[in-house]
Design a protein around this ligand. Sequence first.
Ligand SMILES: Nc1ncnc2c1ncn2[C@@H]1O[C@H](COP(=O)(O)OP(=O)(O)OP(=O)(O)O)[C@@H](O)[C@H]1O
Ligand SMILES: [Mg+2]
Length: 148
Amino acid sequence: MGPLIELRNVSHKYPDGTLAISGIDLSVNKGESVAILGPNGGGKSTLLMILSALLYPSSGTLRFFGMEIDRRTIDRPKKMFPIRRRMGVMFQDPDVQLFSATLFDDVAFGPINMGLTEEKVREKVMRTLRYLGIEHLAEKHPYELSGG
Ligand SMILES: Nc1ncnc2c1ncn2[C@@H]1O[C@H](COP(=O)(O)OP(=O)(O)OP(=O)(O)O)[C@@H](O)[C@H]1O
Ligand SMILES: [Mg+2]
């Protein structure tokens, strides 16, 4: 399989005419970590919204997990499901990311929205918390945790 994410000659102009990004070529391979650096207003958030399939660019081509995404595909939940279930965005500010009463419920939000059974959700959440060594925090309120 080729890159997990592939952008070719991607540009985005907002409806008011602002050209946020222009001519971006980017490939992200399995296991790779990529940092996007740039000045304020440089187009990082716009690029991240495109990379997480929330925004379709005004020009260029996109491939996620080997599948070419066209302008219509992105609005078709069934077609996008296999892609969206593998993508996540972690925000800088925990206030907009963590919104449940317990850590367990926060981690469960994704798997519940994937339509898994209650038992499967529980299994996935506990496996993830164990993997991170924070199983004992499952019933804590997210605001009781340290920022890190
Ligand atoms: N919804 C929008 N409508 C019109 N212009 C926008 C919109 N969102 C962003 N822009 C403009 O697009 C350009 C890129 O903005 P973007 O938010 O992607 O940059 P950024 O690199 O994330 O900036 P920062 O470092 O401040 O977070 C800027 O000129 C910004 O004003
Ligand atoms: Mg930004």
